[in-house]
Design a protein around this ligand. Structure first.
Ligand SMILES: Nc1ncnc2c1ncn2[C@@H]1O[C@H](COP(=O)(O)OP(=O)(O)OP(=O)(O)O)[C@@H](O)[C@H]1O
Length: 292
């Protein structure tokens, strides 16, 4: 079991800015969120009135047609994009990157080629100013957790795509995030590696019980991993349906052969099929407000 990382004391912190004790409210609260982009003077509403709560330790997957705003939602949760309306709160306080309570894993690994596996995993701790005697030990524990023990001194170019994504995951876990955000983390992997990574992620999640928001296009991946699947509609992006996945854990690849599993996948596909097909045709209508 991974030891919790000792956080630096929150000396001088504004009490309004301080996180709530665990269990006092949903870990993630998204309240009436609207987000837009301005391009050439035209304001496009990408997310409109999105409200969602995620409980501590919950695994939530977000699916929807391409362009419906999944990545925008993730970036807004991470505090990288400011909402035009509404609010995102993590542990009761407005989301902001400086809080350092979230970690993100993207589709493409973002490893530094000149750093070893150990140095890459340690990087997240270094930039948070957590350099200490326990930094190396914690990084090694996370490397072991993702199954890469023995590869600490390898460089990224000496690893397969799946191994590099495991290093990415280890780096995210090393900072002991309150909330783990994953944006199509396995999309660049071949189908078999992807399936292995799904089950490995499930194993890690079972041990760690991190709160996860995971974006994917693969409906079977969403149903396999999630406690709840959020199905988004597009133009503007909003929540169409929240589906609790009532399939017992532990789950593995055999789970995908079950009738109930197939029924969930079919149901979600029926919800998004039309928009997925439309998203493949260039020039589909979007809600655009000029000069807003
Ligand atoms: N920085 C930006 N400036 C302007 N428009 C943007 C920007 N980022 C995204 N968009 C637009 O916002 C919409 C939603 O994009 P987003 O990447 O959030 O969708 P998505 O659901 O994650 O798509 P995909 O599944 O294809 O990754 C798209 O129409 C996109 O073109």
């Amino acid at each position: 079991m991974l030891r919790p990382f000792r956080r630096r004391p929150a000396g001088g912190q504004n009490p309004i800015d301080a996180p709530l004790p665990p269990g006092t409210s949903p870990l993630l609260e998204i309240d009436g969120l609207s987000v837009g982009y301005e391009v050439g003077g035209a304001f496009t509403t990408v997310l409109d009135g999105v409200s969602l709560t995620v409980e501590d330790g919950e695994f939530v997957c977000v699916v929807g047609a391409s362009g419906c705003g999944k990545t925008t939602l993730l970036k807004t949760i991470d505090g990288l994009i400011a909402p035009s309306a509404g609010e995102v709160r993590v542990s009761g306080r407005t989301a902001h990157p400086r809080h350092g309570d979230m970690a993100v894993v993207f589709q493409q690994d973002s490893l530094y080629p000149w750093r070893t596996v150990l140095a890459n995993v340690r990087f997240g701790l270094d930039v948070r100013g957590r350099r200490s005697a326990e930094t190396d030990a914690r990084s090694r524990e996370c490397i072991e957790l993702v199954g890469l023990r023995g590869f600490e001194n390898h460089y990224p170019h000496q690893l397969s795509g799946g191994m590099r994504q495991r290093v990415n995951l280890a780096r995210a876990l090393a900072v002991d995030p309150t909330l783990l955000l994953m944006d199509e983390p396995f999309a660049a992997l071949d189908a078999q590696t992807r399936e292995v990574m799904q089950t490995e992620l499930l194993d890690i999640w079972t041990k760690q019980r991190k709160t996860v928001v995971f974006i994917t296009h693969q409906l079977d991946e969403a149903v396999l991993l999630a406690d709840r699947v959020i199905v988004m509609a597009a133009h503007p992006g909003r929540i169409r349906e929240e589906i609790r996945i009532d399939i017992p854990r532990p789950r593995d690849l055999h789970t995908k052969r079950g009738e109930r599993f197939t029924a969930y996948v079919d149901h979600i596909w029926n919800l998004i099929e039309e928009e997925v097909r439309r998203s493949l045709i260039p020039g589909t209508a979007q809600e655009t407000r000029t000069g807003a």
